[in-house]
Write a protein that binds this ligand. Sequence first.
Ligand code: SF4
Length: 323
Amino acid sequence: MTGVRALGAFSGGLDGMLASKVLQDQGICVEAITFDSPFFDVQAGKSAAEVLNIPWRAVDFTEDIVNLLFDPPSGFGKNMNPCIDCHATMFKRLKEIALKEGFDFIFSGEVVGQRPMSQNRGSLNRVKNISHTGDILLRPLSAKILDPTPMEEAGLVNRDRLLDLNGRGRTRQLKMAREYGFSRIPSPGGGCLLTDPGYANRLRSLRDSDLLSGDNARMIRFGRMFMLDEAVGLVGRSAEENHKMLEAAIGMGIGIQLDIQDVPGPLGILVGRKTENNLTLLTAIMASYTKAEEQVTALSHQNETYTAERMNIAERDKYIVTL
Ligand code: SF4
C-alpha cells in the first residue's frame, strides 16, 4: 500500500465498484460513503462495499436534497431530479468529510458521456466547479480523457493506470467486473425516486402546498394520495400497504391515522394541517373504497371519531394526485 487514502461516493452501481478497484490496484486505500435520503436508500451501496470488502458508511443527505427540490440552481432533469446540484452537493459533503478525516482525495465512478444530461463532459465540469472540488476530485474511470487533477500531477495517483472510459456502453465495465471476479454485478440504472414520473408528480404537489419535508416525502411513497386543504390524505391500497403505511407513520411520529369502524376498509393517514374538515373529507374518501351503504365512522389513533357519507368517484377524483 502507498499510504494514500481516498474516499468515494458510492451509490452501489458497478462503476463505483470499478473505480474503487482501479485505485486499489495502485495501492491506494479506499473507503466509501453512500448518501441516504427518502429518495434513494443505502442498501445497494452497502452490498457493493461488502463485495469489495472496503470500509463503508451511510451519511444522511435528506436535508441537502430536500433543500434542492425548491429551486435547484442548475434546474431539474426530466422529473424532480436536480442531478447536477445533487452531485455537486454530495461532492461538497464528501470533500468536507475527507478533509476532516485526512483523506488525500475523493473519487466517484462517473464516466464521461454515460448519461446524456448529467454525465456529459460539460456537466462533469460544472459539478466540479460548483462543488469547489477541482482540487480533490478524481474520476478514475474517465481520468485519461479529462484534465489531469492535482493528485495525478503530484504523483499521488498514477495517471497511466487510470482509465479512459467514454460513453454509454457497458462492455468494458462488464469485462472488468468478470476479471475482478465480483461475486455480484449490480444492474445499471436508477433507484432514485426523483426520476420516477409518478412519484415526482406527488412530490411536486407536496412542494407546491408547502408540505415538503423529508418525513412527508417518505410518507407519500405509500398509498393513494389526495390533496386536501394544506394537507395530504393517504389511503392504503392493500392490507400489506396499510401495514407499511402504519409502520412508517408510527416510526416517524407523523400524521393522524384513521381506521374505518364496522366495515372493512383501508387505512387512512392525514399529513399536514389537522382540521375537522380535512379529517372528515379523508373519512369520506376512505369510505368510497368500502362497501358501506350508510355513513361510515373512522376512529383516529387519538381516539377522535369522524363520520362521513361515501364520496362518489367523480368527486373523489378531484382530490387524487395521479401516479
Ligand atoms: S438520480 Fe437522484 S441521486 Fe442521482 S444525482 Fe440525480 S437526483 Fe441525485
